[in-house]
Design a protein around this ligand. Structure first.
Ligand code: AMP
Ligand code: ZN
Length: 114
């Protein structure tokens, strides 16, 4: 997707603050952090929303969580706790239409979210 911000990051055209990368996923710091640790974990393959995930991409979605787990360990927040969240479409506040797992931590997080 040539007009997708996160695809441009995967392609190296835009350089985010990368904290983790493997063959399937890229993780980088959110530009507008909502917690001391706020990292976005994205698949390298473009998927617009949760609604667009295909059966054959199930393993890839698992890889997002494995990436988040690695980042949480790296950032020193794994034991204390953290939150992962993926927004879907307008009512949930999705603004970038390339799926991304938010990893939030480094402070106590309230529930329910807004
Ligand atoms: P969402 O609202 O769930 O779609 O989340 C999109 C996230 O992408 C927001 O938290 C933004 O702060 C973040 N974001 C937007 N542009 C950039 C960028 N250039 N680098 C890093 N994070 C970004
Ligand atoms: Zn994309």
């Amino acid at each position: 997707m040539s007009d997708c911000l996160f695809c441009k990051m995967v392609a190296g055209e835009i350089k985010p603050d990368v904290v983790y990368e493997d063959d399937a996923v890229l993780a980088f710091r959110d530009i507008n952090p909502q917690a001391p640790v706020h990292v976005l974990v994205i698949p390298k393959q473009h998927i617009s929303t949760i609604n667009d995930i295909q059966d054959e991409q199930a393993e890839l979605i698992g890889r997002l969580y494995l990436g988040a787990k690695s980042v949480a360990e790296q950032e020193g927040i794994a034991a204390h706790g953290y939150r992962t969240v993926m927004n879907c479409n307008a009512a949930a506040g999705q603004t970038v239409f390339h799926i991304h797992l938010h990893l939030l931590g480094g402070r106590n997080l309230s529930w329910p979210p807004g």
